[in-house]
Design a protein around this ligand. Structure first.
Ligand code: NAD
Length: 412
């Protein structure tokens, strides 16, 4: 039986709880979401008709700080996956050791079918419907798939109309509107630090490794740039339109220019076409899913040829696939550590907003590196204690920190 996204995430949590020998009361306290919000978003479309969309916000845990997590605009947004992603944020903020809890949200919509003004109206309506459930000390959204700095600017503006100047209500804002230097590249940069550290602990280096990357959006494209700058070979890349490969290594600056010009990776000079499914099982050292969830599942996990899976995307490996990869000694570097760079720099943005003080890009990047490296140290120590996979150790670090905060607060 295939597990749903939420069930799959819960299996990872239960595995860590068992390794930590936690008693059952923590299953009730730490697993289920604190609050789930579903709103109807009726807006007038440009042609005068009414469009009706459904939006969700799941607030999973706030024992370590305000809820925090991205907003996704996608036709496949549904409550089970939002629940799973909200839960992952709880463990991610704990592993990154930033003072937030976990949340996630989204609107079930294909944004490519809406005009810019329709998208703006939809976003503003969502903010109105969420009311006081979001706020600088309540719940702080951020960009995710198909949302960007412009969408965050509309959220800031709409919220501020009712509550006064509130830049800290949302992160990932444009630089011109209280965003942080380094935020756009943060997740890709954090993923780069993560694989550099993991390879280092196995006596290897980025410049000796071959990478295959699924997804060439914000995360995948910045990650490819940092890997190429460090001398790593990117041998395959794909996006929603298809993939390309070159076993001698793709010219990443050239590919970034091609992607900027055409919006796709296919058709890049000096490459051969490859399907998304072929990319996942292609010859490489590090497979980097950086697009959708659940792309590595029980049917293709046995075919993965990489030695490492670097989870740049959220939830790209199902629970069943994780078991298969573990048995095959493929090292899965989990999302809750690997892609925590985005929420870490979101935290720096929130700190700058609440203090009305601007950091330099060097400060942001140096602090980001420290959080990724420190997170890995905590995971390695936990792995040595529990004799478990990197993923179980990462969940155990997150669960231990959230449990400590929950215990200290009490239930009163
Ligand atoms: P994005 O919208 O900028 O890019 C998504 C990429 O995936 C695009 O290249 C798109 O073409 C590709 N894609 C879409 N459908 C695909 C398919 N069926 N097959 C192959 N490729 C497909 O999104 P992003 O911000 O880069 O996010 C990517 C992943 O990283 C998501 O899982 C997201 O939750 C996760 N993530 C993002 C951030 C962040 O700061 N942006 C932080 C943490 C995690």
């Amino acid at each position: 039986m295939t597990l749903s996204a939420y069930e799959s995430t819960n299996q990872f949590i239960h595995r860590a709880m068992t390794a930590l020998k936690l008693d059952d009361r923590y299953t009730t306290l730490l697993v289920t979401p604190s609050r789930e919000i579903r709103v109807e978003l009726a807006i007038e479309l440009d042609n005068g008709t009414i469009g009706n969309f459904i939006g969700y916000r799941v607030q999973h845990d706030e024992s370590r700080g305000p809820f925090k997590g991205g907003l996704r605009y996608h036709p496949e947004v549904e409550i089970d996956e939002v629940r799973s992603l909200a839960s992952l944020m709880t463990w991610k903020t704990a592993v990154a050791d930033v003072p937030f809890g976990g949340a996630k949200g989204g609107i079930q919509v294909d944004p490519s079918t809406l005009s810019r003004t329709e998208l703006e109206r939809l976003t503003r309506r969502f903010v109105d419907q969420l009311g006081t459930t979001i706020g600088p000390n309540e719940d702080i959204p951020a960009p995710d798939m198909n949302t960007n700095a412009q969408v965050m600017a509309w959220i800031f503006d709409q919220y501020s109309k009712r509550h006064g100047f509130s830049p800290a209500v949302v992160t990932g804002k444009p630089l011109s509107l209280h965003g942080s230097l380094g935020r756009e590249a943060a997740t890709g940069r954090g993923c780069y630090f993560a694989i550099r550290e993991a390879l280092k602990s196995d006596g290897r280096t980025v410049d000796q490794a071959k990478f295959a990357i699924q997804g060439f959006g914000n995360v995948g494209s910045w990650f490819a740039k940092f890997v190429a700058e460090a001398g790593g070979k990117v041998v395959a890349v794909s996006d929603a339109y298809g993939g390309i490969q070159n076993s001698a290594g793709l010219d990443i600056p050239g590919l970034l220019a091609h992607h900027r010009a055409t919006g796709k990776v296919i058709g890049f000079a000096g490459s051969q076409p490859i399907s998304n499914e072929e990319l996942l099982t292609s010859e490489c050292d590090v497979l980097v899913p950086a697009a959708l969830g659940h792309v590595i599942h029980e049917k293709n996990a046995g075919l993965v040829r990489a030695k490492y899976v670097l989870e740049a995307a959220n939830g790209p490996v199902t629970f069943e696939a994780d078991e298969i990869l573990n048995q095959r000694n493929v090292v899965c570097l989990p999302d809750i550590w690997v892609n925590g760079g985005g929420v870490t720099v979101s935290y720096f943005e929130w700190v700058q907003n609440t203090q009305n003080f601007k950091w330099t890009e060097e400060q942001v990047n140096a602090q980001l590196e420290k959080h990724v490296v420190d997170g890995y140290r905590a995971i390695r120590d936990m792995q040595a204690d529990l004799k478990c996979s990197v993923r179980t150790a990462a969940f155990a670090v997150g669960v231990s920190r959230v449990k400590a905060a929950t215990d200290a607060r009490g239930l009163g």
